[in-house]
Design a protein around this ligand. Structure first.
Ligand code: LCS
Length: 399
């Protein structure tokens, strides 16, 4: 934490490559070693006591802190330009840790309606057991967000762009609305990644990530991250994370750190492909609509330009013949892989209404814009022409 300050004035690619290094190396190693140790020896009983009291910064036990995990935390915090990062076992562990830190009996959350399916189920079906309630609204409309506030609202939780509807929320407006109500603003920044969007700079208090996606980028590890904008929130969350125990393993951290090093390269390539694919889909006779923040007809195109450095590599689109049309496309793609998850070097396609968002009741799902005809595409780093041909032949199978 905080030893990254000297990188803060540097560019995003330099930070992706150089932040998250150890302060002292053993042999001049260039890659951060994997400290595969559950516990750390104290040189003396006095030093052990000093570490527990916080007077000495040394390591104690991997659930609390680990040098490899710390390196990843520093790296993502540096990219987000936040105070400090806390790595978690999965993205859901990051989100649930934030809920466990700030919510209590009677607390209320205002959330984007089309958040990732498991986030919505957690808020809607699990948190009420602990006495907390959530209201789901289209947060792209600041008035709807404002009207959903209650005196007991403690948190505004937004996802922008949303999974899978690609709707954007104005982060600055959301921060103002949350703060006027005495609530904190939490942003799930998974879809954009800090390479394209840094919510803390727009007034958010916390950022959460599924590192499983673009930050790791190779579809081989799950992981999560919470980045706090200030020390007070950082300390509050770190305590709860250590107690509830959803922390990250050093080997997992090392693999994800390896992915972070190439985030700028991967994302530049993938979003270039996505831009061309969005244009191609927009003119395809079997496609009914396309939602990509880089298309001028996107309802929040102006917000994308204001708060994002690029439009990303996620696209959702509707196909003719509704659900059956989507099934046809997914069963005929050859290069693009039919799988959930996103943000890897390989393009992935899925059907949210029957897969990632199936556990949300149909009425609520449709109100949130997750229609049967919606197909979600995570564009990877392959050659554009191959992706275009693959999509074209699969779409043309729709009668
Ligand atoms: N936030 C967003 C925006 C996500 O898309 C996901 C996972 C999570 C949080 C949770 O992260 P995890 O615990 O899986 O690391 N999204 C998935 C998806 O769309 N398909 O499979 C997982």
């Amino acid at each position: 934490m905080n030893k990254e300050k000297h990188f803060s004035s540097m560019g995003k690619s330099t930070r992706a490559i150089h932040s998250g290094k150890l302060a002292d190396s053993l042999f001049g190693e260039v890659s951060v070693p994997i400290f595969q140790s559950s516990t750390f020896a104290f040189p003396s009983a006095e030093e052990g006591a000093a570490r527990f009291s916080g007077e000495s910064p040394g390591f104690i036990y991997t659930r609390l802190n680990n040098p490899t995990v710390n390196a990843l935390e520093d790296s993502v915090a540096s990219l987000e330009q936040g105070f400090g990062g806390m790595a978690t076992a999965t993205g859901m562990a990051a989100i649930s840790t934030v809920f466990m830190t700030y919510l209590h009996q009677g607390a209320h959350v205002v959330s984007t309606d089309s958040v990732y399916g498991s986030t919505r189920v957690l808020l809607e079906m699990e948190l009420p057991r602990f006495g907390a309630q959530a209201t789901f609204v289209d947060t792209s409309d600041p008035e709807k967000m404002r009207k959903a506030l209650r005196p007991e609202t403690r948190m505004v939780f937004i996802e922008t762009p949303t999974n899978p509807t690609m709707i954007l929320t104005d982060i600055e407006a959301a921060a103002q609305i949350a703060h006027q109500a005495g609530a904190i603003l939490v942003v799930d920044n998974t879809f954009a990644s800090p390479y394209l969007q840094r919510p803390l700079q727009h007034g958010a208090d916390l950022v959460v990530h599924s590192l499983t996606k673009f930050l790791n980028g190779h579809s081989d590890v799950v992981g999560g991250m919470i980045v706090a904008g200030d020390e007070e929130n950082f300390k509050k969350i770190r305590r709860v994370l250590s107690l509830f125990g959803g922390t990250m393993d050093p080997h997992q951290a090392w693999l994800i750190l390896r992915g972070v090093r190439t985030l700028p390269l991967r994302l530049e390539r993938a979003q270039e492909n996505a831009r061309h694919i969005a244009a191609f889909l927009s003119t395809h006779p079997k496609v009914t609509w396309v939602r990509y923040p880089g298309l001028p007809e996107h309802p929040q195109y102006a917000i994308a330009q204001k708060q994002m450095d690029g439009f990303g590599a996620m696209i959702s689109f509707g196909v003719k013949n509704g659900l059956q049309g989507g099934v046809t496309v997914m069963n005929h793609v050859k290069i693009i892989t039919l799988a959930v998850s996103l943000g890897g070097v390989e393009s992935l396609i899925e059907h949210p209404a029957s897969m990632t968002h199936a556990s949300i009741p149909r009425k609520e799902r449709e109100e949130a814009g997750i229609l049967d005809e919606l197909v979600r595409l995570s564009v990877g780093c392959e050659d554009f022409e191959d992706l275009r041909e693959d999509l074209d032949q699969a779409l043309n199978q729709i009668p």
